[in-house]
Design a protein around this ligand. Structure first.
Ligand code: URA
Ligand code: SF4
Length: 273
């Protein structure tokens, strides 16, 4: 695997510099950095600026380099084989998802789709699962439904870059079938960890499956969207999925009302944290 070779090559080079007595690493244009900090510090940076495909590749490389990782609070061997505790992180979750085989969906995915958005996001959208475009690009809501979601977000004066977007299952169900209950259960720990780290003010659940998973009620959307729900203590507003909205324009009105409620709760919670 080329990405792995790069990491191993870098570690070998750093050990040589260290053995040669160098203790400060000078990077062009950057601040001096401890040589032993570089290999692990280099990987999360790859998630920030690179293309989705490169980020997924980086995630796979990190997951592979870390070997069998224990999850939150687990340990990662450093360059010298010593073990240091590592706090949970969105990048760490993305890397685990990229290498995950907890349910059968791993076998047919091209790319896992952990989710995108800033770590400080106060609003999280949770969809059902990646479709063909998302599986192709490793990023959620990039197809037609995704374009509509962007418009829905912008309709309440928010920007897509400011919210976190993810799904109930992180790998595409083949042929866009509904995710199975055991697949949802296998994948939910990743969502829980993401939400614990993000600690958003509001969650918007898109569609019946996200609505059922986040409210614990398998009711029709018409019933779900009128109730008051919480997931891990955070207010959840279920609404119709943008893909369903494309087929049923009569749901524009309820979705408009729901996103207004989301915006109101978002403002309220930001004003009184
Ligand atoms: N539909 C979803 O539920 N999620 C996506 O990421 C894309 C389409
Ligand atoms: Fe793992 Fe979730 Fe993908 Fe299943 S859907 S393989 S649990 S990341």
């Amino acid at each position: 695997m080329p990405e792995l070779d790069v990491i191993q090559e870098l570690r070998r080079w750093l050990r040589q510099r260290l053995a040669a007595g160098e203790t400060v690493l000078h990077l062009p244009g950057g601040a001096p950095r401890r040589p032993d900090a570089a290999p692990l510090a280099a990987s999360p940076a790859a998630f920030g600026a690179a293309s989705p495909a490169a980020r997924v590749a980086a995630g796979k490389a990190v997951a592979a380099a870390e070997g069998a990782r224990a999850g939150p609070g687990g340990t990662v061997p450093d360059a010298e084989g010593m073990r240091a505790p590592e706090p949970d992180s969105l990048e760490g979750i993305a890397a685990e998802v990229a290498a995950c085989t907890r349910c059968r969906l791993h076998a047919t995915r091209r790319n896992a789709v952990p989710g995108v958005g800033p770590a400080h996001a106060d609003l999280v959208f949770v969809g059902e699962g990646p479709g063909a475009d998302e599986d192709e690009q490793g990023e959620p809501f990039v197809g037609r439904a995704g374009q509509l979601l962007t418009k829905i977000i912008e309709s309440v004066q928010l920007r897509r870059e400011d919210v976190f977007i993810t799904n109930i299952v992180k790998c595409r169900p083949p042929g866009n079938r509904d995710p199975e209950p055991d697949e949802i259960a296998a994948c939910e720990p990743y969502l829980k960890r993401q939400l614990r780290l993000l600690a958003p003010k509001v969650i918007c659940a898109l569609g019946r499956h996200a609505g059922a998973a986040l409210t614990g009620r398998a009711a029709p959307m018409a019933a779900l969207r009128t109730g008051e729900h919480r997931y891990e203590g955070i207010r959840v507003f279920p609404t119709y999925h943008p893909a369903a909205l494309l087929r049923n324009p009569q749901w524009k009105r309820p979705v408009w009302e729901d996103i207004q409620s989301v915006r109101r709760e978002y403002d309220r919670r930001r004003e009184n944290p």
